[in-house]
Design a protein. Structure first.
Length: 202
């Protein structure tokens, strides 16, 4: 890739793909995870030559620090519930599914808002929580949730977004007290949010 592209690859929503073919969140999520672990990622690339990513992680120091933090905050609770995950970015959807599955949850995947409504209709008696990306093609997360609420009014929801909070207010109005999680997030942050949403009002 050229130098101008290389400088921007970690920016949220920057993509060289056609409109509708990519969201530009994949590399931003990677960058966020590495930074959350006190790491560093370096990229070297030249057109026609190739690209090299170098990731540096302070393994021993981070492990000790993470262990201390986990003891203070407590490990995220596990679960057996079923979660409907609606996320149009395949790389983000895959990693979120892995994280949730590792903590015992069953994950039903949807690729956009319309697919989410369809999947909920097919599995409404088994789904305990919705995890919807707020900005998606065809039907955004809020509109999809509005449709789902017509089927099951009390269903619990977490919206995820890569937009900054001030931009988010311009993109979508959340008139109800929906739970929000901002990308990029860590596995522990996500699982704690999910457990908290499921336990609320239980």
């Amino acid at each position: 890739m050229d130098e101008e592209t290389r400088k921007r690859i970690f920016e949220p929503f920057f993509t060289t793909k056609e409109v509708g073919k990519g969201t530009g969140l994949g590399m931003a999520v990677v960058y966020g995870i590495i930074k959350q672990h006190d790491g560093y990622i370096n990229v070297s690339s030249e057109p026609g030559t190739g690209t090299t990513f170098r990731v540096y992680l302070p393994i021993i120091e981070s492990a000790a620090r993470a262990g201390t933090k986990a003891q203070k905050e407590g490990a995220p609770g596990r679960g057996t519930e079923t979660i409907l995950l609606a996320e149009d970015d395949k790389s983000v959807r895959n990693i979120v599914k892995v994280w949730l599955s590792e903590y015992g949850y069953t994950v039903i995947e949807a690729v956009d808002g319309e697919d989410a409504v369809r999947k909920f209709t097919e599995n409404k008696d088994n789904i305990h929580l919705l995890l919807f990306d707020l900005i998606m093609p065809k039907m955004n997360g809020k509109d999809a949730y509005d449709e789902v609420r017509k089927i099951k009014p009390g269903v619990k929801i977490i919206f995820a977004s890569g937009y900054a909070p001030d931009i988010l207010q311009q993109k979508a109005s959340l008139e109800y007290g929906a739970s929000l999680i901002f990308k990029p997030f860590s596995p522990f942050e996500l699982v704690r949010k999910v457990r908290s949403a499921l336990d609320e009002g239980a």
